[in-house]
Design a protein around this ligand. Structure first.
Ligand code: SF4
Length: 236
């Protein structure tokens, strides 16, 4: 990867109680270059699309089509496209890398061990993400502290060193599940049907299952792995 995104000068200091709109506004001012929203069509991302439509409609939305998404996820994408006349910048994995992976290791190599899982995520998610962030000054995510042990230290705005030093903007970091769902219901937003089938967190179809009562919200992601490994390389 030769490209590096434009360097930002500093991370703006925000009140710990700053709301989503304030965080977005501060991020847009601080970013050196275009800011984009990474959308996986989770309920958090749908909430963010609605907020951005109201306060910063110039922000573009991109999505990664890993080739292993649920049909229900595509349905949400289409519903959003129609509701907001939303132009989604889709990114696919490199064809040759996917062909080589599937020819050499089959279709479920990611279940064999952590290295294989990271290899699949690298090909299908991380590399397309890098391309999506080329030339951008910042990216907005739907990450929340409450989602995972790996996200407990999340900041509202941080420098994303892994992706070349652009800003990573997390407007919903302090939102609870209830806040997210109350907002989605009040605004009548299109949400993934899988949520009501026990999927609080939705990723690729073969790596996501519904959770049982009492389980952590991310227990259904890569459920065969330890909790501290449950990231795909998009967020580190
Ligand atoms: S979540 Fe699963 S299918 Fe999707 S890229 Fe990662 S390992 Fe591959």
């Amino acid at each position: 990867m030769s490209q590096l995104s434009p360097q930002t000068t500093s991370v703006p200091q925000l009140n710990p109680d700053a709301g989503a709109e304030q965080i977005i506004a501060a991020g847009l001012v601080a970013a050196k270059g275009f800011v984009t929203l990474a959308c996986s069509f989770s309920v958090e991302d749908v909430v963010l699309i609605d907020i951005l439509h109201k306060v910063a409609p110039e922000v573009r939305v991109f999505a990664l089509d890993t080739g292993r998404l649920n049909e229900e996820t595509y349905e949400v994408a289409e519903a959003l496209r129609e509701r907001y006349a939303l132009a989604i910048d889709w990114y696919f994995p490199e064809r040759q890398a996917v062909e080589q992976l599937e020819r050499e290791k089959g279709l479920f190599s990611f279940r064999a061990n952590l290295d294989n899982r990271h290899e699949c995520c690298r090909i299908r998610k991380v590399e397309p993400l890098r391309r999506a962030l080329v030339g951008k000054g910042g990216w907005i995510t739907g990450l929340r502290r409450a989602q995972s042990v790996t996200r407990a230290d999340l900041a509202a705005i941080e420098i994303d060193q892994v992706n070349g030093g652009l800003l990573k903007i997390n407007p919903l970091l302090n939102w609870s599940d209830k806040q997210i769902w109350d907002y989605a219901k009040e605004q009548g937003l299109p949400v993934n049907r899988l949520h009501e089938q026990g999927y609080p967190s939705i990723g690729c179809a073969p790596c996501t299952r519904p959770i049982r009562e009492g389980e952590h919200p991310r227990a259904g992601r890569w459920w065969w792995e330890n909790p501290e490994h449950k990231e795909c390389g998009l967020h580190q």
